[in-house]
Design a binder for this molecule. Structure first.
Ligand code: ADP
Ligand code: MG
Length: 234
């Protein structure tokens, strides 16, 4: 590949081509994603809206390599997920992406700092370095003063900020968030959205978030709608 071609290839955060996904239950077949093609350049805030059951989580799960498409190709920062081995996918999940969930999924008996440090320990980062990185991530989300608090000692908004710190502590290129403000009040949601913007502008992360909130769904650099298995850009 010549340099120019390589350059334009690498500038894509996400490239999906002709993705199909169908779920089967007994004799019933539920088509969810129907021939979806999508190109997202890097360092963008992408929102995805759509009715319940339209396949938003399925699409996100394909990007996080939790699920595989039935056909088509998926590339994330040059990683061809559709062709990757299990070992390559494990490295991809550990290094290239970060995930934020609606219900935080923090360990209840660990402190904020321990929750953020854990993924670094698991990927073999030496303890002292892991701790420094985790403290930096907590500082970025404005929660240095809560580092020794456990999830039940913090508000929902604070828990979500800890989970964002955990998701970015290893400096991923793509942050995937499935209804990250779905369980939060409007003030906390606003803070979370400012943080995602910081991730894009200051950390050069591409953020891909699913939302039910109309206002958030219009606030991205790219706003997508999923309907009847197809993506529409608005
Ligand atoms: P959304 O996130 O937009 O609400 P989902 O991606 O969770 O939608 O689900 C899309 C459709 O696929 C739904 O009809 C759901 O019931 C179905 N579905 C999702 N995951 C599975 C699965 N593992 N097995 C069977 N059906 C599934
Ligand atoms: Mg969903």
């Amino acid at each position: 590949m010549d340099d120019q071609k390589k350059e334009s290839f690498l500038n894509f955060a996400v490239k999906m081509e002709h993705i199909n996904k169908t779920f089967e239950q007994g004799d019933l077949i539920f088509p969810v994603l129907n021939d979806i093609s999508l190109e997202i350049t890097e360092k963008k805030l992408v929102t995805l809206m759509g009715p319940s059951g339209s396949g938003k989580s399925t699409l996100l799960n394909i990007l996080s390599a939790i699920e595989t498409a039935d056909s088509g190709t998926v590339e994330v920062f040059g990683n061809r997920l559709s062709e990757a081995t299990e070992k390559e996918l494990t490295i991809y999940r550990r290094k290239t992406i970060g995930i934020v969930f609606q219900f935080f999924h923090l360990f209840p008996y660990l402190s904020a700092l321990e929750n953020v440090t854990l993924p670094l320990y698991l990927s073999g980062t030496p303890k002292a370095i892991a701790k420094t990185k985790a403290m930096d991530a907590l500082s970025l989300v404005g929660l240095s003063h809560r580092q020794n608090f456990s999830p039940k000692e913090m508000s929902g908004g604070e828990n979500q900020r800890v989970s964002i710190a955990r998701a970015i502590v290893h400096q991923p290129k793509l942050l995937l968030a499935d209804e990250p403000t779905g369980n939060l009040d409007s003030v906390s949601s606003e803070k979370i959205m400012r943080l995602f913007e910081t991730c894009v502008k200051e950390l050069n992360i591409t953020v891909f978030l699913v939302t039910h909130n109309e206002q958030i769904g219009q606030s991205g650099d790219i706003n997508l709608h999923l309907l009847d298995g197809k993506i529409q850009t608005k």
